[in-house]
Structure formats: C-alpha cells, structure tokens
Design a protein around this ligand. Structure first.
Ligand SMILES: C[S@@+](CC[C@H](N)C(=O)[O-])C[C@H]1O[C@@H](n2cnc3c(N)ncnc32)[C@H](O)[C@@H]1O
Length: 475
C-alpha cells in the first residue's frame, strides 16, 4: 500500500464485485404494546353534523407520534449505545429539549443538534460542494460514535467533510468516492500546510501564458483570468498529474483551492457571477444566455490572489493535526476491498439522494480544470426508490463488513420531492435482515437562515430541508 509522508494513502478505483446477499435475523427496536392515551394532544375533537349528531372523523396520523423512546423497548441497545442515546435525549445544545417519538415503528430523536450550515464549523471545512453536509453534523456523529484514535470511513466522501472533521478530532480518516474530484478536494486538506508554503510556491511559479485554447470557457471567465487558468492547468498536469498518488502537497493544495473557487456568485470566485456555489453549474449555452440577459462582462480576477485568499480562509484556524494513517480511494461505495474486515469504528456517510443531484453535470467546470472526465464515472443516480434502496443496501453490506462488531454506521439522508419522501425510511428498510441493529433516526430540526438559502438549502420544493441520520450498530 502506498504511504504518503504526510500519512495519506490513495487507492485507485475498485471494480464492482459481486454482492453476496447476507440474510441474518435482526432485532427490531420497537416499543412493545404501545397504546395511544385518550385525550392526548393529537386527539381529534368530536365533530357534529347539521342535525347535531356526532360524525366520524378520520384521524390523520401525525408524522411523529409522541412516545418515550427506547425505555419502553424490551430490545434496548447495547450499554454504550444506551449512554450515547441518553446523551442525545438529554441534549439541550441550542436550548430546546430533544423530542423522542416513534413513527412507523422507527424511533426518532429530534432537536436542533447542530447548525445546518457551515457556521460554527472549522474554516477548513468551508468549501462548496453540492449536497455536502456541514462539519457540525460530522462533528456531532464523530464525537459520539467513534473513539479518539479510531477509524472513521465515509464511502461517499464528497468534498471530504467527514474525513477532515475526523482528522481535526484526532481520528483516522478513510474516504471513498466515485468522483475523482473528491480525492483532489480532500487529500490536500488532510496534510499540514501554511499559507507561507503556498505563497512561496506561487512566487517561484512562472506561469507560461499562451493564446486561449478553450474559447467556450470565456462565458465564465475574463480572457486574462482564463489564460492564467489554462497556464495553471498545464503546470498542474506537469507537476501534480492526476494519476500521481504522491503529488507535491503544495501543488495539490493549489489545485484544491482553485477547484473551490472556479465558479460562484461573488468576487471571491474566478468566474463572473454564475450561480450559487452549491447549486448546479450552468452549461455553456445556459451561461451564454444568462450573460446576454444580464449584459455584464466577466470581471478580471487574479489567480494568485484568489488562491491566497482561499487558502487564508481555509487556514484561518490552522490546518489539521499532522497525523498519519489517513486513506483515500476513488471507487464505488460498495466496493472497498482496501479496508480490512472489522477495522472501522464508524462509517458516516451521505449517499446521493435518489436523483436529486447530477454530480457529473454539477462538477463539469471543475472536471475541465482538473483534466478529468466525469462522463464514464458511474455516479449512482436513481429515479426509482426501489433501485435507490437496493443501492443503499449494497453500501450497507460493505460497511457492515468493514465496521467492527459493536461499531456504528450513520447514514445521513433528507426528505426529497417536496418533502413527500423521507429517505430515512428507505434506509431503515434497506438494513432489514443485515447483521446490524437499527437504533434510531436522529433528526436535526433546521431553522432556515439567510445563509442557509445562500448555500443552496431551500425550504421547499427542491433538494432537502433536514438532516436525518439513520444510526445502525454492527452486531
Ligand atoms: C450527498 S454527496 C456526499 C457529500 C459529502 N457528505 C460532503 O459533505 O461533501 C454524495 C456523494 O456520493 C458520491 N457518489 C455517487 N455515486 C457513488 C458511488 N456509486 N460510490 C461512491 N460514491 C458515489 C458523489 O460523487 C457525491 O460526492
């Protein structure tokens, strides 16, 4: 296995292996014999017709039927798990009490546990990636479900939120994603680095500006900015090629800083105003139309200044501790043969939410800059919820293999299709019959802030509104 001096290893794409279906009995966490109390808050008041006779009114079942959770369950979780859950139940982090209830036989714990956007998380976490979760969410789970020094794996690592938070919190980070950009966005931030290192590298750099090769990209960038970007692409291809498992850490960092600053809506980005950074990147044609409508021209940006500004932002509170043993891979979430059986303490992940995000389309400008093609990457993208559930089950089977007995698997999902589909129910079903205990779903109740909107979190039709984490424990 390759090992970086910085302690970060990379494994190249794993081919899909045939899945073995594991069918073992499972203990369901159910409240025994729960009966609704008469006169409770959800009771429907008696109604009468025009002649004064009572009419039968169909009760609409509330989403969350209140219940004292787990205490009433004869099949309580393991002692350590009990401690964690009682800590979550008594959590008053943001003032309100945790609401415990059971809905459709699934125990829920609901509160404002963490801030849903980047506010409060370490500045090194603040790089935009569509459908990323916040460092606060990762911190909440890592702190509770893994020991210091333990291994935390994210099989759909995205921009690396779990990996970086794990490293910040003294855990060993394993991360897999089928998107090769995930590796490029995560690896540099797992290594110790300073802005002086980056400044020094940029000073020695003599970018060879040439006539513009990719004229179409002028829809996003000022001609001089595009010339600089193209020169930087050539330099990166020479000094930190994408297939080099041990690239120079500073070149690697520079590529990452640019990837996070290519297109966006403020002067902190290299492009003209496009769209919010956590939203899909427009196509050339769409951007051209947008430019024509707005009549604005692309402002000139200085590449070095943007790289330094982004790096300073990331490193405002320092970098991750210089620890060893982190491992990153490019491949499918259900195919991680580089992880030995029963070695991971916590798997924390957020799989693609059905067909909500098209990762290839979303990241096409980044892919262009990095010189990789996302066309043949087999991103999971499922319209059918049955197919999506099967995909989650494949991921669970693999994670159950790598997680230690008694270790945890936390799968973060949300509600999609205008709130009509709560994906945690499908994750719950996907785990049925696997050698793990289905513990509960932790729901973070979000207050929608202006910055949540800016970051592409909307309170409605598209995307998701809440974080729901299905907690499983490996038998
Ligand atoms: C919801 S995002 C995860 C975001 C991540 N939690 C973060 O904070 O950045 C889902 C990720 O799954 C990845 N993905 C899609 N299909 C995959 C597959 N078959 N195997 C592994 N990763 C996949 C996407 O590239 C994307 O990065």
């Amino acid at each position: 296995m390759p090992n970086f001096s910085s302690g970060c290893s990379v494994f190249k794409g794993c081919s899909m292996s045939e899945l073995q279906s594991t069918q073992l009995p499972i203990s369901l966490v159910r409240p025994p014999g729960y009966k609704r109390k008469a006169g409770n808050a959800n009771a429907v008041p008696a109604q009468r017709n025009a002649t004064g006779r009572p009419v039968r009114v169909r009760r609409i079942r509330p989403l969350y039927a209140p219940l004292s959770l787990l205490k009433r369950s004869g099949l309580g979780p393991l002692p350590r798990c009990n401690q964690i859950l009682s800590g979550i139940r008594s959590y008053k982090g943001q003032g309100s009490k945790t609401h415990a209830c059971i809905s459709n036989d699934i125990p829920y714990l609901i509160n404002a546990f963490w801030r849903p956007n980047a506010g409060g998380s370490h500045p090194i976490q603040k790089g935009p990636y569509h459908a990323c979760f916040s460092g606060n969410l990762a911190a909440f789970c890592i702190e509770r479900f893994s020991p210091v020094g333990g291994i935390v794996h994210d099989p759909c690592g995205g921009r690396g939120t779990t990996a970086i938070q794990s490293a910040l919190m003294g855990r060993i980070a394993y991360s897999t994603d089928i998107n090769p950009l995930s590796l490029m966005m995560t690896r540099p931030r797992l290594r110790a680095i300073t802005t002086d290192d980056i400044r020094a590298k940029l000073k020695t750099l003599d970018l060879q500006l040439k006539p513009i090769e990719h004229e179409d990209m002028l829809v996003f960038f000022h001609p001089q900015t595009l010339q600089q970007l193209e020169a930087m692409r050539r330099a990166l291809a020479q000094f930190a090629p994408v297939d080099d498992a041990h690239p120079d850490p500073i070149w690697d960092w520079i590529r990452m800083a640019i990837l996070f600053r290519l297109t966006g809506h403020t002067s902190a980005y290299l492009s003209r105003e496009t769209v919010q950074p956590n939203a899909p990147t427009p196509t050339i044609a769409a951007q051209r139309r947008r430019n024509e409508r707005s009549g604005l021209t692309a402002p000139e940006r200085d590449l070095d200044e943007i790289i330094i500004a982004r790096s300073k932002g990331f490193l405002r509170h320092g970098c991750v501790p210089n620890t060893h043993g982190h491992k990153l891979a490019v491949g499918a979430a259900w195919d991680t043969p580089w992880i030995a059986d029963g070695t991971v303490d916590l798997t924390l992940t957020s799989p693609p939410f059905a067909d909500v995000v098209d990762y290839a389309k979303d990241n096409w400008v980044r892919a262009w800059f990095a010189g990789v093609s996302l066309e043949d990457v087999g991103f999971s993208h499922h319209k059918s919820l049955t197919d999506w559930t099967n995909m989650v089950r494949r991921i669970l089977i693999e994670q159950i293999r790598v997680v230690k007995p008694g270790g945890y698997i936390a799968i973060e999902v949300g509600e999609i299709r205008g709130g009509q589909v709560e994906l945690e129910r499908f994750v719950w079903d996907a785990a049925e019959g696997l050698p793990c205990k289905r513990i509960c779903v932790v729901v973070n109740q979000q207050a929608f802030t202006k910055s949540a909107h800016t970051l592409g979190v909307t309170n409605g039709e598209n995307g998701t509104n809440s974080n729901r984490i299905v907690i499983l424990q490996r038998s």
